[in-house]
Design a binder for this molecule. Sequence first.
Ligand code: TC6
Length: 726
Amino acid sequence: MAQYARGAAAVAVIRLRNPPVNALSLTVLQALEDGLKRADADPSVKAVTICGENGKFSAGADIRVFSSPKKQGLGLGPIISLIERSEKPVVAAIEGIALGGGLEVALGCHYRIAHVQARMGLPEVTIGLLPGAEGTQRLPRLIGIPAALDIITTGRHVPATEALKLGLVDEVVEENTVEAAIRLATKLIGQPLGHRRLSLRPVPRLPNMEAFLSDALMKVKKRAQGCLAPELCFQAIKAATELPFADGVRKERELFNILLTSGQAKALQYAFFAERAVEKWTTPNGASWKSASPQPIRKAAVIGLGTMGRGIVTSLVKAKIPVVGLEQDLEYLNTGRKAVMLLLEREAMKMEQGAQTLDFHNPARLQFTVDFDVLRDVDLVIEAVFENMALKKEIFNKLSRICKPEAFLCTNTSALNIDEIASVTNRPQQVIGTHFFSPAHVMRLLEIIYGRHTSPTTIATAMQLAKVMKKVGVVVGNCFGFVGNRMMFPYTQQAVFLLEEGSRPEDVDRVLEDFGFKIGPFRMSDLAGLDVGWRSRKDQGLTGPSLAPGTPARQRRGYRYSPLPDLLCEKGRFGQKTGKGWYQYEKAGGRISKPDPWIHSFLSEYRDTHQIKTRFIDQEEILERCLFALISEGFDILAEGIASGPEHLDVIYINGYGWPKHRGGPMFYASTVGLPNILAKLQKYSEMHPDVPQLRPSAFLKKLVAMGNPPLNDWMSYLHRQSNKL
Ligand SMILES: CCC/C=C/C(=O)SCCNC(=O)CCNC(=O)[C@H](O)C(C)(C)COP(=O)([O-])OP(=O)([O-])OC[C@H]1O[C@@H](n2cnc3c(N)ncnc32)[C@H](O)[C@@H]1OP(=O)([O-])[O-]
């Protein structure tokens, strides 16, 4: 709702009220409209101030409304016109946030005052929409085309001080913003308002408007990577340069409706709520935030300053947690220290642009050592040495002797068994997996893996740590590869099998990149290094000296196996780092991939040697075999209780594996393709490849299809229900 009150003798105050962020629901909008009409009708009211409850102006339209049947009736635009047309001056008092429809309300006001800590923006593009309450037409008239394009097509939040420079607000105050707005409103009584009505202003012209717009469009398209909203935002702003206000608004509405009914908006809004849903973690035995409080982390340590350790130290320093970096000897320590300092200097430079500072030269904040004894007083340790169980166990055993009894022990592993690591400590309840993604100071995902003995307090502490580091923590159970890598395995396996059957690496990558992945599986493998998987397969006895003599080349444990990645490694082709992998690069460490004729002839010789008949594989088969195998594994993960809902899998894939956000994550995508379609295709491919268990549809997927293909929100409720059709 919105509360109507009298702020000073002649000023009415309309306070938007819908905790926690004053989202503009239908009820709030109705109350806002009623408040405006009441102020207009009351001759003793001479001016109006609009503000928000609890120090927040508004986070914009209630996003849930867009997927409800009443979505067409939100009608924010006409209310904003009503504000603008008011003969009594209206001042927006912006505290906290004014986002989306919230900022559009403020743009309808004649003046805007913001608190110095406030942030403003039009983030509709991030949920697949455009500012559809006349924002694409008013903002360019206020701050010009270049700044409006930047704000609307990126959806970024603009701090109050920058907003003042841009002319987005008229004044920034450090005191009580509502009182300042009431004072201004009082001063404005009786003054002319015509020039303050943005709809009546022309869009400021640029000398080279056409060239500017065509260049801007190219940039927008490049950044969008298949996402529709940025380009339609651009078109709406362009309309502001070509059409009178009313026609521009009509164009805006037309484009808004295209987006609103597009699957992309639905997917992006699902992703918005999915991220918030995973924050409220639970485990199968009922632990959650309700049953556990996070413990404060006043000092942390990171063991191992390789690629992952360096990124983790950087993230902790950025989160203002004092940290000790430990390495096995002085040579490794010095290399690690230099690399961390370089990363931190770059981060400090970026932060200075946003008027923030990063303190890392102070030894109380960042310390390097080779001495385990220095870890006696830390509250939490993150071990980030390479993936070797024996080494990890040795370190955990040592840590449990040295660290204080309350300290939490975390392992950064991408697949290893948390329980086995915990078993060598004197505190398995305080051992937890924290799987960071490379580069750890950039990637948002943190997979948090609880073991059999991990306590709820330990999970809560790891989740809180993720939050402080501005990462998305996702709590999952313990199994080989956890959620992300376990689902990735059948995907990359299919990609390699497709090469055996006739595809080239660039064919497979192109299909998956066209789908929206940032990079396809082979470019990804070259980037990460083929040797990483090779080492793991050797440890598992799938290749290398421990392989039993006489093992068929293309079979392991009775199932199909492709030795292709092993053969590349044997030839020293580790990917970008050696300048050759699935592609060739300009030099060792180079980044520009080129299809490699050597690989093409190597593949055809390989097919001849193993008498594999080459066939043309179309895009549909490439996409379906890679994605549906991954999705089927996801259903197994849900059925085993490794993750508590499909949102968890989707958040992991969007934030850690480059899954295109506008497709909502693999499980959301499955729901849009339709579970019966996925099942039918998996059954077909599984019949074609009976020796590939990863193509056999998950029993849970079959059950959901038998239950009538329920919506994604209901999937988990079917886990234990009986199906009489099975
Ligand atoms: C008419 C056409 C034109 C207009 C279009 C628009 O305005 S489109 C909109 C354009 N606006 C945006 O895209 C802004 C989207 N919002 C944000 O970016 C952030 O929420 C934040 C920066 C406002 C606060 O961040 P923070 O880390 O402090 O907090 P938090 O993120 O955890 O949120 C707290 C709770 O509020 C909930 N909730 C939040 N916003 C909305 C909403 N608009 N709606 C509904 N709910 C919303 C959120 O789900 C969560 O609920 P839970 O889980 O407790 O049940």
